[in-house]
Write a protein that binds this ligand. Structure first.
Ligand code: UDP
Length: 477
């Protein structure tokens, strides 16, 4: 028989607020999109809900199972995983779209599971890529809540883009890379050149079955009963208000940044898979002065081309600064890194080939700046740590995130942008890297200010208010 779960983490001052606690064992089905950038924040969300007394079943792929294990062992009675065999993806020139559409094959298996469950979920909380779950929820007679792993600006643009894609596509019939798409209805009227769009939208074909099906699933997000954002009001309040207007109601909750408690189960989940012993890395950092190291990481998927890698290593050598570089084990350009290893890398750097314990690195006092691809989780983690960011957006929502960070918030500087063919100037990059640690920059004080805002939001401010409100409302369903 299940023992009642006791929260063993030492109660720190950050946990002393009176959080709303559900008393009726409300059950939610959580469905993250596969992939670390989606599963990590979804499991953080699960952790917050479990702490508030909810029961959660998570649909998870076999590849992402290691991420959930620490949480499962902490909540053996109230957290359950639902593992389906991976849906077949049909060969397509648009692999992302094919992958997302393939998830619809789980519609019937989920219905079957739901109908045989003694106390089925009252709502499904699912990733923004899984808009079709709005129809699934209607079929089951329950609510659907969209969970956005992108920020509110990135998600507003994504929605408007796919809504208007047939028209935009007609306007830019000859696919001019420098054709500007503007979004006047979104606050601050963002605009982007065509080449900033993800490949899937650039190749959009009016009337194509897959594109139309994908567009339908994305547009279904706006029919959700509610939306949960991993962001906070002080960062994106204006965009949250915009989404509320679009939805026509206020069930839009900004509950981020979703980050693990220092001693909680999710902290070890992120650090547990580190490719190097975290202790070695932290010892290396301990030996460095305050704010003297730049951390370099391009998220869980992005890699550099050989030319980009050469430029970055050249700039690191020229600037002579200390660095930690997280390089994908599969990255072919990491061969170039080996050529630098004996000399410059050994003197100035610490290279992690594989998964780096990013949160621990960012929080270390020796880390003064962060060269990032601007994935949304990475931006939030940099802000929470109060580390000045150098932006190198490469695709997806990263251009929107960089616009928010650099142009709107003034909390970072842009160093490069775009795909593998766009290479930064070595001298200029060296200057920016050096300046990010040694310059008297207003971006540094701005990011510290945002960091304080983020901490306040999750301890006693707007994020905790929204999270409690969300739990209260789903508990009443
Ligand atoms: N991450 C990490 N170590 C690494 C690379 C990535 O811990 O070596 C984590 C990072 O902390 C973040 C996530 O992976 O939580 C990446 O998500 P993000 O949205 O920034 O980018 P994506 O990988 O989705 O492009």
């Amino acid at each position: 028989m299940c023992k009642h779960y006791t929260f063993t983490t030492p109660i720190r001052s950050t946990q002393t607020f009176n959080m709303y606690h559900s008393t009726n064992n409300t059950h939610l089905l959580l469905y993250p999109c596969p992939g670390y950038g989606h599963v990590i924040p979804s499991l953080e969300l699960a952790h917050h809900l479990l702490r508030r007394g909810l029961t959660i079943t998570v649909i998870i792929s076999a590849a992402d199972l290691p991420l959930i294990d620490p949480l499962l062992s902490s909540y053996p009675c109230s957290l359950h995983r639902l593992l389906f065999s991976y849906p077949k993806v049909h060969p397509s020139p648009q692999p992302l779209i094919a992958k997302i559409l393939s998830t619809q094959q789980l519609f019937d298996p989920i219905v079957k599971w739901f109908k045989s469950h003694p106390s089925p979920p009252v709502a499904i909380v699912s990733d923004f890529f899984l808009g079709w779950t709005s129809d699934l929820a209607s079929h089951l007679g329950i609510k659907r809540v969209m969970f956005s792993t992108s920020g509110a600006l990135g998600s507003s643009i994504f929605h408007a883009l796919w809504r208007d894609m047939p028209d935009i596509n007609k306007q830019n019939n000859d696919k001019d890379e420098n054709f500007y798409i503007s979004f006047p209805e979104i606050p601050n009227a963002p605009k982007f050149p065509w080449w900033h769009l993800p490949p899937a939208s650039r190749c959009f074909k009016n009337g194509d079955q897959d594109f139309e099906a994908f567009r339908t699933t994305i547009l279904a997000n706006m029919r959700s009963w509610g939306i949960v954002y991993n962001t906070f009001e002080g960062l994106e309040g204006v965009y949250i208000d915009h989404i509320k207007k679009q939805m026509g109601h206020d069930r839009v909750w900004a509950i981020g940044p979703l980050l693990p408690d220092e001693h909680g189960p999710m902290n070890s989940a992120r650090n547990g898979s580190s490719a190097v012993p975290p202790h070695d890395l932290l010892m290396w950092l301990d030996s460095k002065p305050v704010d003297s190291v730049v951390y370099i990481c391009f998220g869980s998927r992005a890699t550099l081309s050989e030319k980009q890698m050469c430029a970055l290593l050249g700039a690191l050598k020229l600037s002579n600064i200390n660095f930690i570089f997280s390089v994908k084990a599969s990255d072919s350009s990491s061969m170039i890194l080996s050529g630098f290893e004996d000399d410059m890398v050994a003197r100035q750097g610490f290279v992690v080939k594989g998964w780096a314990p990013q949160l621990a690195i960012l929080k270390h006092r020796a880390v003064g700046s962060y060269l990032t691809h601007c994935g949304w989780n990475s931006i939030l983690e940099g802000i929470a740590a109060g580390v000045m960011m150098l932006a190198w957006p490469m695709g997806a929502d990263q251009f929107a995130n960089a616009t928010l960070l650099v142009d709107q918030l003034g909390a970072g500087k842009q160093v490069c942008e775009g795909g593998p063919e766009l290479v930064p100037d070595v001298n200029e990059l060296a200057r920016l890297l050096d300046e990010s640690l040694n310059g008297d920059l207003r971006e540094r004080s701005k990011v510290k200010e945002l960091s304080e805002g983020a901490m306040k939001a999750v301890k006693e401010g707007t994020s905790i208010r929204d999270l409690d409100l969300f739990v209260k409302l789903v508990s009443e369903l």
